[in-house]
Design a protein around this ligand. Sequence first.
Ligand SMILES: [Zn+2]
Ligand SMILES: [Zn+2]
Length: 89
Amino acid sequence: MYKCFICGEKFLRLNDLTRHIWKYHRDESVICPVCGFKSKNLWGLEYHCSVRKDEEHQAIFVLLRRNSRNITKIPILRYFKKYFEVKNE
Ligand SMILES: [Zn+2]
Ligand SMILES: [Zn+2]
């Protein structure tokens, strides 16, 4: 399962997590799960991740963009695992 890094709600699929984040957290202040950068809304976090070229930020960016086309370019699932995956309880 995948855990929302903002509220902790859990989802079976990454797509559901992405949809949830945009539906419920777009106007909230959010903290970058990679570096702790604080943004006043989700668009700010998306931009923050887009201008950082390290793989971990790019992984968050791809998740936020719901863009699966880029998914093979970087070992993105490794980072999704690190930041979002939780064990089934
Ligand atoms: Zn959430
Ligand atoms: Zn960051």
